[in-house]
Design a protein around this ligand. Structure first.
Ligand SMILES: *Cc1c(COP(=O)(O)O)cnc(C)c1O
Length: 407
């Protein structure tokens, strides 16, 4: 397998770094982005030939992925995630069934799209022969790191806020990572990971603080383009925490555009946050380039409880370049929307995914989009990982059952 990687590039200054050694941030403290030899790809491959259909899931896009040693590809059976139209609930959201489509990322290994990013980060860690990885997480990233690190036989240490959903913490520990609860938020966990790099001897795989998670996340963009016959939707609603997925997809679209493989225009990128933690919405509304820290972050959508994002300027750039926007959604609206879509369409979204549907409703009301525009909503994790309403209708077999009650 050959790699088309040219080098890494500082996302702020454009300074070039060698791809032959492992990096965290650039010398300016900014995320590094992987650059590929797109001219050579254009000469050697075509839109139809570049997807290796025998490879599992996103590994088919290997020409635009950084792993060069096939033995370092760490896989847990990734799948192409389905596009599911909201047949009934779309009407209650105010749109048309054929125009509101959910990309259900809950089908990936470890039940969330964090599998994409961590599969790539762990594969590259394996290629560089790293022995110990550490991560701050609201749950899903830690679970994905734990699982892929076990596959690669690399040690993993995970730090979660102490109010992270229990099922997340337990799955991380069960999948073999050293797991710690921290009395703080994800940025406090991030501080521990950063400060321990030398003393504990681990490599920091925080969001955007190493260059490869974003390469995994960008495959959502490739997959969407391939599934939609290389014509993208009018808008993408993305539940935004650290923003890797949004920045990653925007990077994927830029690469495909440059290769000449996309038809039509690029989608509006719409970042959805909870009104209890909306630093990107605040920065977007106030015309800022960076997002100030959000105090007292609180939301049921734990995956997007990120008070400060190192890639904030990249998220804001992508939103603005795409003519998109950032919208905040109330927690009550998120949960009602999740419950409604489950009941109407049998599709159990995670709260973060439900937030995108609620955000769609707001975007329609504010005429940011109209019902004739095709949109894709990202459901980033399995709804099964989160608390659900109680179900307690009992049958007592000591008494006669009145079957008329069921009709
Ligand atoms: C991590 C996560 C997000 C946020 O993704 P980013 O790309 O980091 O912004 C959204 N939803 C869920 C379920 C997550 O686990």
């Amino acid at each position: 397998m050959q790699s088309y990687v040219l080098h890494l590039e500082c996302s702020k200054t454009g300074a070039v770094y060698s791809a032959n050694q492992i990096h965290n941030l650039s010398e300016d403290g900014m995320p590094l982005l992987v650059r590929y030899d797109l001219d050579r790809i254009k000469q050697e491959l075509s839109k139809d030939s570049w997807c290796v259909r025998s490879a599992p899931g996103f590994w088919r896009y290997q020409a635009l992925l950084p792993v060069s040693n096939p033995a370092s590809k760490i896989s847990l059976g990734e799948v192409i995630t389905p596009l599911i139209p909201l047949k009934e609930s779309s009407k209650l959201l105010g749109g048309k069934p054929e125009n509101i489509i959910v990309k259900d990322e809950g089908r990936l290994p470890t039940g969330s799209f964090k599998a994409r990013g961590l599969a790539l980060a762990v594969s590259m860690a394996h290629q560089f022969e790293l022995k110990h990885l550490a991560i701050p997480t609201n749950g899903n990233a830690g679970a994905a790191l734990a699982a892929y690190a076990r596959q690669a036989n690399i040690k993993a240490t995970v730090f979660c806020p102490d109010d992270t959903p229990k099922v997340n913490v337990q799955e991380i520990q069960l999948q073999g990572a050293d797991t710690y609860l921290v009395n703080g938020l994800i940025n406090d966990c991030g501080k521990i990971v950063f400060e321990g790099r030398e003393k504990a001897g681990w490599f920091d795989v925080s969001t955007l603080k190493e260059p490869y998670r974003i390469e995994g996340k960008k495959t959502m963009g490739f997959e969407l383009a391939e599934q939609m016959d290389w014509t993208l939707p009018d808008a993408i609603f993305y539940p935004t925490g650290g923003g890797t997925g949004l920045i990653g997809m925007w990077k994927a679209f830029a690469e495909l555009k440059e290769l000449g493989w996309l038809k039509g225009k690029l989608p509006k990128m719409i970042a959805i946050q909870s009104s209890g933690c909306a630093p990107i919405v605040n920065a977007f509304d106030n015309g800022l380039d960076h997002a100030p820290l959000w105090d007292n972050a609180k939301t049921v959508a734990s995956g997007i409880r990120v008070p400060a994002a190192i890639g904030d300027f990249l998220i804001l750039d992508a939103i603005r370049q795409s003519d998109g926007c950032a919208l905040a959604v109330e927690d009550g609206h998120i949960i009602n929307t999740r419950d409604m879509i489950s009941k109407k369409d049998g599709l159990l979204l995670c709260p973060e995914g439900a937030a995108t549907a609620a955000g769609y409703q707001i975007a329609l009301e504010r005429k940011i989009i109209n019902e004739d525009e095709k949109v894709v909503l990202f459901n980033c994790a399995s709804g099964l990982k989160y608390p659900m309403p109680i179900a307690n209708q009992m049958i007592n077999t000591d008494f006669q059952i009145n079957y008329k009650d069921f009709s």
